[in-house]
Design a protein around this ligand. Sequence first.
Ligand code: ADE
Ligand code: ZN
Length: 324
Amino acid sequence: MHDFLKRLPKAELHLHIEGSLEPELMFTLAERNGIELPYASVEEARAAYDFTDLQSFLDVYFQGMSVLRTAEDFHDLAMDYFRRASGEGVVHVEMHFDPQAHLARGVGLSVVMEGLDLARRHAERELGLSSALIMAFLRDRPAEEAMSVLEMAAPYWEMLDAVGLDSAEHGNPPARFREVYERARRLGIPRVAHAGEEGPADYIREALDLLDVCRIDHGVRCLEDPALVSRLRDEGIVLTVCPLSNVRLKVVERLADHPLPRLLDAGLKLTLNSDDPAYFGGGMLANFEACHHAFGWDEAVFRRLAANAIEAAFISDERRVALR
Ligand code: ADE
Ligand code: ZN
């Protein structure tokens, strides 16, 4: 099964590029930029990745990205991930990035965009790996700030495959971002949003109704609302599920308790993703293998999940055919 899962061409639709920062690169960049880390060693950093919920992870995640200062840093971050992913049979990566988290540290949008864009071209050339860019808004920051970031991104609108919504979900419903998403819609930029990870099923409904999203990131709590499950199935809405993330952030206690088999039985269009692979115990292959061990799925199930991702990816029809 390991060889099959590794060879299976996989598209990743839900990855936070800042969450792909492995401790080794974190230390390299910290030294390059003269930044002090709260960890004495790579091992100590890894040992600190012990989370009780989404917020406890986000604190560590925002701290970790403080080493990213220059376009070269963002290039190295993304290329480091692309090389690893490619080695696991990943052929396409859609990466979220958090501009507000960088702007707050005095790192301009042009720095982030230049570095990520360079890495994307580099990966295409060197690895034959395609990618897409999802500019995410931090939902625990004011909607006005998100709107101003969207306007600030005007020189880069053409480079954005979608906008997204991430960070602390509790108490930050999609409704707050209605106008920002309406602006993105009028600009012709596709929309996705995290919903139903820690937050209630209602947030998934809101993301569909008020933000007009084409995919839901996570969405695992939809099962609490049978009418919503029917709607997701009937409308063919893709959920970008992140199994190891859900375990590490205690959305579920063990992978064996994960709702994935029930979501699959409900006829939903699912994809498997790594979310923040450096923090949650591995990338795409680790997530696929963990599901094999937990649920005993056969090759046909994994083929279907991989096909769902290629079908829902922000790629040209030509590229889609090439990846099938
Ligand atoms: N930002 C990075 N990872 C995230 C996650 N799993 N949920 C919400 N925001 C995030
Ligand atoms: Zn996520």
